[in-house]
Design a protein around this ligand. Structure first.
Ligand code: GLN
Length: 491
């Protein structure tokens, strides 16, 4: 590989340990790439050049001293700007948090620092992670590296675009209804949402607490596994953190799919899916069968209601979580005649239209007299979804579907119609509702040359079997996004 910015995480880790290049050189290559791509893409909100340079020098000294801190030591990593970073501005892409410098690191962030990662900066997102295109950012949209007239997906669109373009080697995002997997699919990379509770959310600015999960975006499945291992595991600071040991994800990566049952979810395939996407998914399923998997059609009837239930539960929880942004404690403050007016002025100016819509919707759904009809009903649907998944996993080891019903859509196409935007999450939301893990793997391009993602879902703590299947999907697809970005167009 001629440019270090195009290495996978595994290649970079090996090269650093073999002393083929230093972390400082790797960082320089990634910064050069960012200098070429940022004007078009706007993947980053903040590039922390000094902090990254210091971390790279420290990683190189640790290597020299023979200290091995793990797979991310010396590797340039980008963080979605809803992960709090000590002393480094954290905005959630919202005006209400502009200038907010957190006094602490979130747990995932401190685990990355302890693991010797080189934190490059903070990536763009839909404001407070509400959206599917990264257009709902108060600081302007991110563009798709495959076609700058199109969105990168969202809400972790900055993280996905950075990894796809080579302006980060690994990125982290958050996934509440698909925000890691959908942008990964649209940018031709891997995105992994772990089991709910596997990665601590201490220091992740909350959107919908019963759904939010942090996870990695990478170029390869094995890289996602390594990136998950660094941040995963119990954290007493997050009461929803899974208390058990982190399972061994790595051992199955080469095991193939022979003898495994792959369930094709009837409700998430076919109807409503763009033909080119469905063809690529069908081709992948046929290859899995040829590789020894047993393909079983599986029906989860309650998924019909998943999107509607999600768009009650997520806004309801967001209306409670975002109450803290009141002009008193963080970021923006707009004064008024009294405290109430100050809060109201601050919130009216600080929140963008989508966040305001969700707060209003959520507050309404939780209000006395409506609670049971809306929030209560949505929670009952959630129980049905969980039961459907449990029944499906009796019949299949993993479930598969497209990650997104369409490839990347043009910038501006869906901003005026929230419902059409919400529909792009139809395949990803179910695993958030059940709390189960899911991963998106790129499997090819559509007729316009835009990437297509294939989703593999597994039962709670089923990451080992999920990544085993995902690794085989990746091998069978033989898709290498770097062919695009290592080309003369970029260099
Ligand atoms: N697009 C979905 C939403 O707007 C999911 C967002 C997310 O996962 N953070 O709610």
């Amino acid at each position: 590989m001629s440019d270090l910015a195009d290495l996978t995480l595994a290649e970079a880790s090996r090269g650093l340990r073999a002393r083929e290049f230093t972390s400082v050189e790797l960082l320089e290559a990634v910064h050069r790439r960012a200098a070429m791509t940022e004007a078009n893409l706007h993947a980053y909100l903040t590039l922390d050049r000094d902090g990254a340079a210091r971390a790279a020098v420290a990683a190189d000294s640790a290597f020299k001293a023979g200290t091995d801190l793990g797979p991310l030591q010396g590797v340039p990593v980008a963080l979605k700007d809803n992960m709090v970073t000590r002393g480094l501005e954290t905005t959630c892409s919202s005006k209400i948090l502009s200038g907010y410098e957190p006094p602490y690191d979130g747990t995932a962030v401190s685990r990355l620092r302890d693991g010797g990662a080189v934190i490059m900066g903070k990536t763009n997102l839909d404001e407070f992670a509400m959206g599917s295109s990264t257009e709902n950012s108060a600081y302007g949209p991110t563009r798709n590296p495959w076609d700058p007239d199109r969105v990168p997906g969202g809400s972790s669109g900055g993280s996905a675009a950075a990894v796809a373009a080579g302006s980060a080697m690994v990125a982290y995002g958050s996934d509440t209804g698909g925000s890691i997997r959908q942008p990964a699919a649209m940018c031709g990379i891997v995105g992994l949402k772990p089991t709910y509770g596997l990665v601590s959310r201490y220091g992740l600015i909350a959107f919908a607490s019963s759904l939010d999960q942090i996870g990695p975006l990478t170029r390869r499945v094995e890289d996602a596994v390594a990136a998950l291992e660094v941040v995963g595991g119990h954290d007493p600071a997050d009461s929803t953190s899974y208390p058990g040991p982190v399972p061994d994800y790595r051992s199955g990566l080469e095991s193939g799919v022979s003898g495994l049952r792959v369930g094709v979810v009837t409700e998430l395939n076919g109807e409503g899916i763009e033909p080119a996407v469905q063809e690529a998914v069908d081709r992948t399923i046929a290859r899995l069968e040829a590789a020894g998997a047993t393909i079983v059609p599986v029906s989860l009837p309650s998924l019909e209601y998943a999107l509607s239930a999600y768009y009650l539960i997520a806004p309801a929880e967001c209306s409670a979580n975002l109450a803290r942004f009141d002009g008193v404690r963080y970021g923006l403050r707009r004064l008024g005649e009294n405290v109430e007016e100050m809060m109201s002025n601050t919130r009216a100016e600080g929140f963008g239209p989508e966040v305001t819509r969700r707060i209003l919707l959520g507050t309404y759904a939780l209000s006395a007299g409506y609670y049971d009809a809306f929030y209560g009903q949505a929670q009952r649907v959630r129980t049905l979804i969980i039961r459907d998944f449990q029944a499906a996993y009796e019949q299949a080891d993993v479930l598969v579907s497209p990650t997104s019903p369409t490839t990347a859509f043009p910038v501006g196409e869906r901003t005026a119609d929230p419902l059409s935007m919400y529909l792009s999450d139809v395949c990803t939301i179910p695993s958030n509702m059940s709390g189960d893990p899911a991963i998106s793997v790129p499997v090819g391009l559509d007729g316009a040359g835009l990437p297509i993602g294939f989703q593999v879902m597994a039962p709670a703590l089923g990451e080992p079997v999920m990544v085993r299947v995902a690794a085989e999907v990746e091998r069978l697809a033989g898709f290498d996004a770097r062919a695009r970005f290592a080309s003369s167009e970029v260099q």
